[in-house]
Ligand binder design. Structure first.
Ligand code: 9UX
Length: 68
């Protein structure tokens, strides 16, 4: 299992946090996603044979946030 921290721009409330986490865990191959409002990051545990970095970034952008 791989682990990665992504910087996410545009999270302003707990619903944003939930939305970011959900868009990650919706991907097949993502085991866990924990977003943090203080640090503007999401920590993702995933299987890199199933999910690419582009997939992760794309899901965040599709949810309406920006990846930095
Ligand atoms: Mo909260 Mo986030 O009211 O786009 S859901 S700011």
């Amino acid at each position: 299992m791989d682990e990665k921290k992504i910087n996410v721009v545009g999270m302003h409330c707990p619903s944003c946090v939930a939305a970011v986490e959900l868009c990650m865990t919706d991907l097949d191959g993502v085991e866990e996603a924990k977003a943090d409002l203080e640090t503007n990051t999401v920590s993702v545990k995933y299987d890199s044979s199933k999910v690419t970095d582009d997939d992760l970034a794309g899901a965040v952008e599709e949810a309406g946030f920006k990846v930095e």
